[in-house]
Design a protein around this ligand. Sequence first.
Ligand SMILES: *Cc1c(COP(=O)(O)O)cnc(C)c1O
Length: 384
Amino acid sequence: MLPAAQFAMAAADIHHRTPEFRAMYQRVLGQLRAFIGSKNDVILMAASGTGAMEASVSNLTSPGDRVLVLTAGKFGERWTALTKAFGCQVDVVTAPYGQTFALDAVRAALKPDTRAVYMQATETSTGARHDVAAVAELLRSAKSEALLVVDAITGLGTTHLEIDEWGLDVVIGGSQKAVMIPPGLAYLSVSERAWQRMETTKNPRYYFDLRRERKSAANGESAYTPAVALIAALGAAFDYIAGQAGGDLAIGRDTLIDNAETCAAMTRAALPAMGLRLFAPDAPAAAVTAILPPEGVDSGVIVKEMKTRFALTLTNGQGEMKGRIFRVAHLGYFDPLDTLAVIGALEQVAHDTLKTPGFKLGAALAAAQQILSARTKQLTATRQ
Ligand SMILES: *Cc1c(COP(=O)(O)O)cnc(C)c1O
């Protein structure tokens, strides 16, 4: 976690119905809008990311509404479960784990009465990136009335999203991912079209009533007791991100995205030398890299070795992908030097534990170093 956020949390000993809190809340909401990169109103809630996912179903649909879910992993499946839980009639476009969906399939599944489309920007369970811009364009060219709702919980801060230009109606983020603070806050941007939809939708909502939160936010308050310490931490994280770019939060966010892209590209380049392969080679996300272990090896062995030898936390696959893949995160408080350390540790595991045939220590690091050098040159050139 970001050290400055830890200090901010420890110092955030203020009551939430005070001018002091209202000033902080308004400041953080302003920063949040700049970070997300939209003119739309943003809502901050005390919940994990799934709370904001639920809010974007309960607030935007009525029982019986036809919706379209695009899914290729565990988080996509959450959209299916959530929309069904709220009584929607759910059409689903699926792609195999590790892949992204074909646009033709999306076009074919979109009906004149589709009221909303739910998707991920990056599917954290498989390391795949979905083409949000293309789906938005498809909805626009089809003159669809469907709202586009994007779970960007690991997409924000790792992937460029032009929310207003593409017309993304709801974009969701969560505190424990790219903004480097503990779990417990979810946030979302909401378009004017989506606010209007809420005037007529009938699904039940109470704690996650977005219109009520919007009203309170206009007065610098939250409807219920806010997670004061986490909000202070979020403000400190935004200060840090802006500080990376001379105080400009939008440029700081782009720097954060470049950083994730660099770490991900370094990791991808390092794999072949160690006999490891990408799980989502066609559309890899910058948020996280999902990796296939060598044939016949349980990925849990690699996760465990990394933990016991180097105190490094990689994650195993979720659900039925457990044992089949492992994942390296690039979002948040990681930089290229951390990535070199992770690759160095993976080299040790490849060499000593997996005994990868033909592998020479340093080969994966050399490949990653080449990427870092090339990307640094490229980024320096584009910034001049
Ligand atoms: C982490 C994550 C979520 C939210 O999970 P919570 O446990 O509710 O915070 C949702 N979608 C994606 C893509 C995620 O990575």
